[in-house]
Design a protein around this ligand. Structure first.
Ligand code: ATP
Length: 234
């Protein structure tokens, strides 16, 4: 579904991502792990239209979408939940979800069906639908950020550090939902600082270090390689 090859990206003179190859088959949950500064966020942003890659290709369903801006990528089926949530604080929960649906220009029946699905996944969003998003807790804002991405009915959901800054109990809720999405057929690319958590939920894992992919495999395969476990967990 998503095929990234030889992706390179820089911040000015800092080469942050070098020759990255990542494949996310339809229905798979694939994780990208690595230490702070490894280049995970730059990779996701280069895939999802927040950063222009310097070279390489990004294919979605076989279509070359390399370097497309975010709004075009949403229509091509890629939805990013960026690091740090970024919901619209002065809009209500419902308005945030409506705005996201508008980005994909869906009809009314489709909107109702999709918002029902989001409310089923995150009942708290239904309860708080009239509340300003800025007044939600950090965990609720993250749920809204994921819900907003789902409103576009993405072919590939791209999640950047969904657990960041959240209490463990909220992280559990969020990851249970991510697993539910996976079990119901969603295709997901996840960046997660907590490697243990990433290994627990994913089908396949890429390990990044200093801008490159240095290891990859199924979680059990990586667990059986002590040098990787030391690099990931210390
Ligand atoms: P984190 O988990 O801390 O977000 P990461 O693995 O996602 O780390 P990136 O944020 O992609 O890593 O950063 C990769 C490299 O690019 C780092 O060396 C970082 O210092 C650098 N970098 C990231 N953003 C910028 C920026 N806006 N300007 C300059 N350098 C940047």
């Amino acid at each position: 579904m998503l095929a990234v090859s030889k992706l390179c990206a820089a911040h000015g003179v800092v080469e942050a991502v070098r020759d990255v190859d990542v494949q996310v088959p339809k229905g798979a949950l694939v994780a990208l792990v690595g230490a702070n500064g490894a280049g995970k966020t730059t990779t996701l942003n280069s895939i999802a239209g927040l950063h222009k890659p310097s070279s390489g290709t990004v294919l979605v369903g076989g279509r070359n979408v390399t370097g497309w801006p975010c709004h075009r990528l949403v229509r091509a089926g890629v939805a990013l939940v960026a690091e740090g949530r970024r919901v619209a604080p002065s809009l209500t929960v419902l308005e945030n979800l409506e705005l996201a649906a508008y980005a994909k220009r869906r009809d009314k029946a489709d909107f109702q069906q999709q918002i029902g699905r989001v409310y089923d996944l995150f009942p708290v969003l239904a309860e708080r639908r009239g509340q300003y998003a800025g007044l939600l807790s950090g965990g609720e804002q993250q749920m809204l950020a994921v819900g907003r991405a789902l409103m576009t009915r993405p072919d590939v959901l791209v999640l950047d550090e969904p657990s960041m800054g959240l209490a463990p109990s909220i992280v559990d809720v969020l990851f249970t939902t991510i697993s539910t999405l996976h079990e119901t057929g969603s295709t997901i690319l996840l960046v997660e600082q907590n490697a243990e958590l990433a290994l627990a939920v994913s089908d396949y894992v890429y390990v990044m270090h200093r801008g490159r992919i240095v290891a990859e495999g199924e979680p059990d395969e990586l667990r059986s390689r002590p040098e990787i476990m030391t690099a990931l967990f210390g």
